[in-house]
Design a protein around this ligand. Structure first.
Ligand code: GLC
Length: 575
C-alpha cells in the first residue's frame, strides 16, 4: 500500500476550499467513524494504522462523507480497544507517529474532509504516568487525588468501598498493594479520573489545544455524562445507586455540574477559527437531559441513539424524528442520527433478528438473547431493512454518523473463537453473567474487507488482528464497486446527492401519503423521501427517482403511477 501525500489528492469538488472557514460545517455533516486498528494496515503487522487511513482518503472522498471521526489511536495497553489511554498527546507506535497524524490531517483537509478525534476524559489507562505515580506515591498523596481512591470496608479494609459492578461486569473497585481501592466504572485498567481536581481540568485543556493546534476540527467526547461525580462520605449500595433518579443529582451519572466542565472547553473551542466542534456520547434518560450537552455554550452536539435503539417501525421512527427535530430547534443545535458504531451489533444484523419486545438492544444484548449469533437471523431481510433505514437517515436534517463497514452492508461477525476475542465486555463476564453484554463488541470491529481475496481481504499484508470470515469476499469494496445494486453504490449515490440537496434543517411529513407502514416526508426543493416499513408493496409516490435502497417493482414505462415501492424499501424522489 502506498502512502498518499496531500498533493496527490484531488479536492472533493471545486468548492472544497471555500468550506474551510465555514463555522456551520458540522450541522448537516455525514461523519464516517474509523476504528483505526481495523480500517487499513499499511505497515503489514495485522493492526490498522494512520498511514493505512491516509492511503484510503480517496475512498472516503469518493464515498462522499464530509468528515472522519477517529476512535482512539493513542498509546494504550488495549484493555478496552484504545479507550484506555496512556498518553493523550501521542500516537500508539503500533498505529503510527505524530508525523503520520499530521500527514493524515493534511491529506484529509486537502480532500475537503474534516477530522474529529476521540477524547476519553472519564478515565485514563492504568499505564498513564499519573496512575503509575499514584500507585507509587501511596495513600494520602497528591498523586492519588487525581483519581478516586478510598479505604475499603471490613475490619482490615479487605472489602471494596461499595458493592458496585463495572459496566463491563465484575467489580468497579480494585484494591492496590497498600490496601486502598480505586474506582473504575469500566475495566480494571481504566481508573476513573477525579474531576474535582483542578489539575485534571488543566491537563484536558492542554490536550484540547494540542490537537486543535494540529488542525483537528472537532472532538467526540467519550462517556461525557460521567465526569462529574459526588460520592460523599457514605457510599450508597449498588441497589441504592440503581434506584436513584438520574435527574442531575445522581452520584455518578449526568450530574448538572458536568456542564461547567464543557463551558470551560467551549471557551477553548472558540479560540479557533472556525471554532472547534464537539459531540457528546451521553447515554442519558431523556431528550431534554441530552439537549444540555448539545447546548452552544457546551459541547454543541450530542449523539442521539434513539433510532439505533428503535425497531424498524414507522410510528417509532416518526415519533423519534419529530421529537428530536423539535428538541434541536429549541437548543440551536442540529440533530444527530446513528444506526451503528463500534459498541453495538451492526444494524444489518440487528434488523434481521426475530421479532421480540424491546429489540434491538444496545451492546448486543438481543444478539445473544435471540439464541446466539446464527440462530434465527434473517440476514437478507436485515440488510434490506438496514439499507432502507440508512437511506431514510441520510435524508433527515442534521448530521449522520456512519460506522466503517456499514457502507458495505457488513453483518456482525459471529465466527470469532472465544480465545481470540478482545473486548473486556466479553472477557470480564462468564456465560452465566453475560446476558447483558452478549458476545461483546468484537464482531463489529473485524478489519474491513477491501478486496475479494488475499491474506486479509486487502486490509494489509500481515493478516488481521481479529479473524475475518470467508463471506467477507462478497462484501468487499472490490466486489461492491461498480455494482449498481450494491450497498456501497447506494451509499455513494445517496451521500453525493445529499450534499447537493440538503438545505434548511426542516422537513414536512406528507400526511396524505404516510400511513401505518409508510412514511413520506419532504425537504426543501422538492426532495422527497418515502419509506415502506411493511412487507407488502405500496404505490410509488410520484416524482423522479433519485436513488432507492432496493429494486422498485412495476414497470417504469407503465402510465398512471404503476410503479411500486416494495416492503422494507426507501426511495428518494424529486417532485
Ligand atoms: C464509550 C466507548 C466504548 C468504551 C467506553 C469506555 O462508551 O464508546 O467503546 O468502551 O466508553 O471508554
Amino acid at each position: 500500500m502506498t502512502s498518499q501525500s496531500a498533493a496527490d489528492i484531488r479536492p472533493l469538488d471545486e468548492s472544497a476550499e471555500l468550506l474551510v472557514d465555514d463555522p456551520t460545517w458540522w450541522r448537516q455533516a455525514a461523519v464516517y467513524q474509523i476504528y483505526p486498528r481495523s480500517f487499513a494496515d499499511a505497515s503489514g503487522d495485522g493492526i490498522g494504522d494512520l498511514r493505512g487511513i491516509t492511503s484510503r482518503v480517496p475512498y472516503l472522498r469518493d464515498l462522499g462523507v464530509d468528515a472522519v471521526w477517529l476512535s482512539p489511536f493513542y498509546p494504550s495497553a488495549l484493555a478496552d480497544g484504545g479507550y484506555d489511554v496512556d498518553d493523550y498527546r501521542d500516537v500508539d507506535p503500533r498505529i503510527g507517529t505524530l508525523e503520520d497524524f499530521d500527514e493524515l490531517s493534511s491529506v484529509l483537509h486537502a480532500a475537503g474532509l474534516r477530522l474529529i478525534v476521540d477524547l476519553v476524559p472519564n478515565h485514563t489507562g492504568s499505564g498513564h504516568a499519573w496512575f503509575q505515580e499514584a500507585l507509587a506515591a501511596g495513600r494520602g498523596s497528591r498523586a492519588r487525588e487525581r483519581y478516586i481512591f478510598r479505604e475499603g470496608r471490613g475490619e482490615h479494609g479487605e472489602l471494596p468501598p461499595a458493592d458496585w459492578e463495572s459496566i463491563f461486569g465484575g467489580p468497579a473497585w480494585t484494591r492496590v498493594e497498600d490496601g486502598q481501592w480505586y474506582l473504575h466504572l469500566f475495566a480494571t485498567e481504566q481508573p476513573d479520573l477525579n474531576w474535582a481536581d483542578r489539575e485534571v481540568h488543566e491537563d484536558f485543556l492542554t490536550t484540547l489545544r494540542f490537537w486543535s493546534d494540529r488542525g483537528v476540527d472537532g472532538f467526540r467526547v467519550d462517556v461525557a455524562h460521567a465526569l462529574a461525580k459526588d460520592l460523599g462520605e457514605e457510599l450508597p449500595s449498588a441497589a441504592e445507586l440503581q434506584a436513584m433518579p438520574q435527574d442531575g443529582r445522581h452520584p455518578l451519572w449526568d450530574r448538572d455540574e458536568v456542564h461547567e466542565i464543557y463551558a470551560e472547553w467551549r471557551r477553548v473551542f472558540e479560540e479557533y477559527s472556525p471554532p472547534r466542534t464537539a459531540v457528546a456520547e451521553a447515554w442519558v434518560g431523556s431528550a431534554e437531559r441530552r439537549a444540555r450537552y448539545a447546548s452552544p455554550q457546551g459541547l454543541g452536539q450530542a449523539f442521539n441513539f434513539d433510532l439505533l435503539e428503535a425497531d424498524f417501525d414507522a410510528a417509532d421512527y416518526r415519533r423519534i424524528v419529530t421529537e428530536n427535530l423539535a428538541q434541536s430547534a429549541q437548543t440551536g443545535s442540529s440533530s444527530t442520527w446513528v444506526f451503528s458504531n463500534h459498541d453495538v451489533v451492526r444494524h444489518a444484523t440487528r434488523y434481521g433478528l426475530p421479532p421480540r419486545a424491546g429489540r434491538p438492544g444496545k451492546q448486543g444484548a438481543d444478539w445473544v438473547a435471540a439464541g446466539g449469533p446464527d440462530e434465527g437471523i434473517d440476514r437478507e431481510l436485515g440488510l434490506r431493512r438496514a439499507r432502507a433505514a440508512t437511506l431514510f437517515e441520510l435524508a433527515l436534517p442534521g448530521s449522520a454518523y456512519l460506522y466503517q463497514g456499514e457502507e458495505l452492508g457488513l453483518h456482525e461477525v459471529a465466527e470469532i473463537p472465544d480465545d481470540q476475542r478482545q473486548d473486556p465486555a466479553f472477557l470480564r463476564t462468564t456465560p452465566e453473567t453475560r446476558s447483558d453484554d452478549g458476545l461483546g463488541r468484537d464482531g463489529c470491529r473485524v478489519p474491513l474487507p477491501w478486496a475479494r481475496g488475499g491474506a486479509s481481504f486487502g486490509f494489509g499484508e500481515g493478516g488481521s488482528h481479529l479473524p475475518q470470515p470467508s463471506w467477507f469476499a462478497d462484501f468487499s469494496v472490490e466486489a461492491e464497486s461498480d455494482d449498481p445494486t450494491s450497498t456501497l453504490e447506494m451509499y455513494r449515490r445517496a451521500l453525493h446527492l445529499r450534499r447537493e440537496l440538503h438545505g434548511a434543517e426542516t422537513l414536512t411529513w406528507d400526511d396524505a401519503l404516510s400511513d401505518g407502514e409508510v412514511l413520506v416526508f419532504e425537504r426543501t426543493g422538492g426532495w422527497v423521501c418515502a419509506t415502506n416499513f411493511g412487507d407488502e408493496e405500496v404505490p410509488l409516490p410520484a416524482g423522479e427517482v433519485l436513488v432507492a435502497s432496493g429494486e422498485l417493482g412495476g414497470s417504469e414505462d407503465a402510465a398512471g403511477g404503476a410503479r411500486v415501492l416494495p416492503g422494507a424499501t426507501t426511495v428518494w424522489l424529486r417532485r
